[in-house]
Design a protein around this ligand. Structure first.
Ligand code: MN
Length: 237
């Protein structure tokens, strides 16, 4: 039995779901059985968590800053309030039962907020010091900037290297990261690009889009999905 991987889709003005095929194909390629989880009632999250062997939190709109006790900055983008609340509950309950989570882009930011962390609402405006182009103008699967990986981290082991090249499509980034996460990837400008749980079996968040790189054949990106799906065990097996 293949592990069942729930994937949260993006929402448009809270009335339409959409999900890039690359996420689903990356899970299928890695041996998982993907199921899209519509944004629903938080009261149903416990039942959904019971059905899942793993959770993939995907990219999308900005996270409502109220969720980390800030008011909206002028350069905050579009937010998805119902998606935020539903995904936060999903993430918290998955963490509570120690089921594997992979967070991508907004998914990484969501994970950080779920454990009490904060975000830069706009790195261009709020980050101190010069920054790289994190909203790349190059094609989707073009690796544009480097990420330095922490020695001995899960990500460094997956990559088989301590320096990888990634794509970049974000204007927000992690600010304060609670100690339940280790920072395992950082860009040359200091922007946090990856975190992983210190005590869960597999909780990894990356700021880039490995699903797009994986579609283009990138070996490290494919290995991220293989490692994730590999630890997700189908309870009916
Ligand atoms: Mn970046």
């Amino acid at each position: 039995m293949k592990p069942i991987i729930g994937i949260t889709p993006d929402v448009e003005k809270d009335d339409k779901h959409f999900l890039r095929n690359d996420y689903m194909q990356a899970i299928i390629r890695a041996g998982g059985l993907p199921f899209i989880i519509p944004i629903g009632d938080e009261a149903d999250v416990a039942q959904i968590v019971g059905l899942l062997d793993g959770l993939l939190l995907t990219g999308g709109n900005d996270i409502n800053p109220i969720l980390f006790n800030e008011e909206p900055h002028t350069h905050l983008g579009e937010v998805s309030p119902s998606r935020d609340l539903f995904e936060l509950e999903l993430a918290r309950q998955m963490l509570a039962v120690d089921k594997p989570i992979l967070g991508i882009c907004r998914g990484l930011q969501l994970l950080n907020v779920a454990v009490g962390g904060t975000l830069y609402q706009d790195i261009q405006q709020q980050y101190k010091g010069p920054i790289l182009q994190h909203l790349q103008k190059a094609p989707d699967a073009h690796p544009s900037h480097f990420v330095q990986l922490a020695k001995g981290s899960l990500l460094a082991k997956i990559a088989g290297s301590e320096r990888i090249q990634v794509n970049s499509f974000h204007h927000q980034a992690l600010k304060d990261v609670p100690t339940v996460f280790n920072i395992s990837g950082i860009a040359s400008d200091g922007i946090i690009e990856a975190v992983e749980s210190v005590d869960k079996q597999f909780v990894l968040g990356v700021q880039w889009h490995p699903e797009l790189l994986a579609s283009n054949g990138d070996v490290v990106s494919r290995r991220i999905f293989e490692e994730f799906v590999g630890v997700c065990v189908n309870k009916n097996s």
